[in-house]
Design a binder for this molecule. Structure first.
Ligand SMILES: Cc1cc2nc3c(=O)[nH]c(=O)nc-3n(C[C@H](O)[C@H](O)[C@H](O)COP(=O)(O)OP(=O)(O)OC[C@H]3O[C@@H](n4cnc5c(N)ncnc54)[C@H](O)[C@@H]3O)c2cc1C
Length: 408
């Protein structure tokens, strides 16, 4: 049986971050993904300023910025009239701003950095089961018709919404699915909207939204990721295909014709769509794992929390889960972790996941910023800059320091 210190299951953005963080700290890692090739589509596009700070610390901010586009704000049209122009302003001392970067580019940057640390993702390998022993985990890995066993001291499940690791742990994933279906496409638009702004356009009837589209700028001239309600002929009821529980649906692909019809109804000016790169139908759910791990097994990313893409929070939250777990696991592997250090991962990150699930559901139902008192706080929260671990068991009480003359 082969051995490693940490087995990371899933080479999405979260698994890659976990593996890179461990490798940077000299820990021996195996990372597997059941897909034979990396996906060429992009669920996540929005990158938060806090994630860029994390990537700075991890040494991947420069290659990331090289393949991203700035996101200055959002312009909102309702019933053909511009009703808002939101500037995503942050205090001067915040080092990074909001950017957009397709998820496949994020995964490429992280994969490259991981390779520079000597670790290559083992593809086409699926975790089918695991058991915990007194001092580690033994995992069953299926490679085609063969199943091999790998012994690891720790296992990190970054295997997405349908996580086999979470199911193997018997951890709950409570929440629900939204009934609506959406479609999205990566296209070029020939409109004259200012670059670097998301464009949201909707129509209403008696205050109820009857139609809508959101276009998020991507790197490249005139490129956007457009999302909107699913076209009637692509809806589950029309296609007869089963509904997807969460995420992209591979079978039904919107065409340029579907996207053009949306633009003809909603674009603020006559606009042609072209150069369709990829498209998909998707659905969303909101769920939170009952625990972020058990024993020597941990969950991060979509394996632990899923929610609406409103405000571009999911992948960013997952990356920051992996960053939080990475240094703690490295110390544990090296025998330098204090008692309770690994427990602090759940204590610190699960409340963050719960807050994000609650906020994105609220925003999906009531609009971005619902529940906030002022715009500056709302923007800083979306940027994931208001996180803190005050209630973590690692954080002690405030102690005065300075003079110290009366200290023992
Ligand atoms: C339409 C849409 C738009 C979004 N936009 C944004 C956005 O702008 N910003 C943002 O932050 N988030 C966004 N998200 C959310 C974001 O895409 C997810 O949070 C992110 O992909 C989670 O990354 P992950 O690595 O946890 O999981 P995944 O990306 O799902 O990766 C999991 C990996 O695990 C592998 N795997 C699964 N099971 C096994 C197994 N048993 N053995 C081996 N490998 C396995 C899979 O093949 C996959 O590669 C969006 C989501 C959707 C649906």
């Amino acid at each position: 049986m082969s051995e490693t210190s940490v087995l990371v299951v899933g080479a999405g953005p979260v698994g890659l971050t976990a593996a890179l963080e461990l490798r940077r700290r000299g820990v021996d890692v195996v990372i597997v993904d059941r897909l034979p090739e990396p996906p060429q589509y992009a669920k996540a596009v929005g990158i938060q300023p806090r994630t860029l700070e994390v990537w700075d610390a991890m040494g991947v901010v420069r290659p990331s910025l090289d393949v991203s586009a700035p996101m200055h704000g959002q312009i909102v049209y309702v019933d053909g009239r511009q009703v808002m122009r939101l500037e995503l302003e942050l205090p001067e001392d915040v080092p990074y701003r909001f950017v957009c970067m397709p998820q496949y580019a994020t995964e490429r940057v992280l994969t490259q950095a991981l390779a520079e640390h000597g670790t290559v993702v083992r593809r086409g390998i699926e975790l089918t089961g695991f058991e915990q022993t007194a001092d580690g985990v033994v995992a069953d890995l299926r490679d085609g018709d063969d199943t091999t066993r790998l012994a690891a001291r720790y296992l990190v499940g970054c295997d997405g919404a349908h996580s086999a690791v979470r199911k193997g742990l018997g951890v709950s994933f409570d929440g629900d699915a939204f009934p609506e279906e959406y479609m999205l496409a990566d296209v070029e638009l020939d409109w004259s909207m200012p670059g670097g702004y998301g464009i949201r356009a909707s129509t209403t009837n008696d205050g109820t939204t009857t139609d809508m589209m959101v276009c998020i700028p991507l790197p490249g001239t005139g490129r956007y990721r457009l999302s909107t309600f699913v076209a009637p002929d692509l809806a589950t009821s029309a296609s007869g295909s089963g509904a997807v529980a969460h995420g992209l649906e591979g079978g039904r692909r919107p065409t340029l014709g579907h996207i053009q019809a949306v633009l003809d109804r909603l674009a603020p000016e006559p606009t042609r769509a072209g150069a369709l790169r990829w498209s998909s139908v998707f659905r969303i759910s909101h769920r939170l794992a009952g625990s972020y791990g058990g024993g020597r097994v941990f969950l991060a990313g979509d394996a632990a929390h899923i929610h609406p893409p409103t405000g571009a929070q999911g992948m960013n939250t997952g990356i920051q889960d992996a960053y939080n777990l990475g240094w703690k696991l490295a110390l544990a592997v090296q025998g330098r972790a204090a008692d309770g250090l690994l427990d602090s991962y759940d204590a610190e990150r699960r409340p963050v996941g719960a807050e994000v699930v609650g906020r994105t559901v609220r925003h999906a139902r009531q609009g971005l910023g619902a529940g906030e008192t002022d715009a500056a706080t709302a923007i800083a929260r979306e940027a994931q800059l208001l996180l803190g671990y005050r209630d973590s068991p690692l954080v002690g009480e405030d102690v005065p320091h300075g003079g110290g003359s009366d200290m023992p």
